[in-house]
Design a protein around this ligand. Structure first.
Ligand SMILES: CC(C)(COP(=O)(O)OP(=O)(O)OC[C@H]1O[C@@H](n2cnc3c(N)ncnc32)[C@H](O)[C@@H]1OP(=O)(O)O)[C@@H](O)C(=O)NCCC(=O)NCCS
Length: 154
């Protein structure tokens, strides 16, 4: 049975906004089992998040590489899962990427391929990744070689 939504991303106090790569993001990503070692590296990762009562409950990052981008650090707090926040965060990241001139978004996942497929992402062989995406730390260092590479053309 579907959970009763406890959050409504449309509420004015639950907007998705740009966030810093600070301790609250590290804690959320740790809880979700996602990598944090590179989140403070200088470069072009933009993070967005959503707060509830001052607490970070959702995050997503996009790392822009020319016309391509890597979507990463998508996490929602266990207490608010299945309420639409994950999808809202992905859509927010896509919209921002599109405004920045990105034409295709890539991601790597070991656990959520079905989730992303429902949002229009298709599975690719890792060999099909463009050079710019191969050079991201997510691709080259942090995500296991068994993770699924996925792409959405915006
Ligand atoms: C994946 C994740 C962000 C989804 O967040 P969410 O807030 O629950 O997402 P939504 O509420 O928008 O979507 C929920 C729907 O996706 C499905 N879903 C959630 N996680 C899923 C997963 N790992 N695989 C497949 N489907 C999933 C739910 O069953 C639900 O389906 P329904 O609408 O038919 O009921 C969240 O489970 C999470 O933080 N997971 C740990 C970190 C992770 O795996 N991140 C992705 C890799 S970068």
């Amino acid at each position: 049975m579907k959970k009763t939504p406890t959050i409504n991303p449309g509420r004015s106090d639950m907007q998705i906004i740009p966030i810093d790569a600070d301790q609250s993001l590290i804690e959320l990503l740790n809880r979700a089992g996602l990598a944090t070692s590179d989140i403070n590296q200088p470069g072009s990762i933009c993070f967005f998040g959503c707060h509830q009562s001052g607490k970070l409950i959702g995050s997503v990052g996009i790392e822009i590489r020319k016309k391509s981008a890597m979507l990463r650090s998508l996490a929602t707090h266990e207490e608010v899962r299945n309420t639409g926040l994950g999808r809202a965060l992905v859509e927010h990241a896509e919209l921002n990427a599109s405004h920045m001139g990105v034409s295709d978004i890539y991601l790597l996942t070991t656990t959520a391929a079905d989730f992303f497929e429902r949002l229009g992402y298709e599975q690719l062989c890792r060999e099909q990744a463009p050079d710019a995406i191969r050079k991201t730390t997510q691709f080259s260092d942090l995500c296991p070689t068994t993770s699924n590479l996925m792409r959405k053309v915006l």
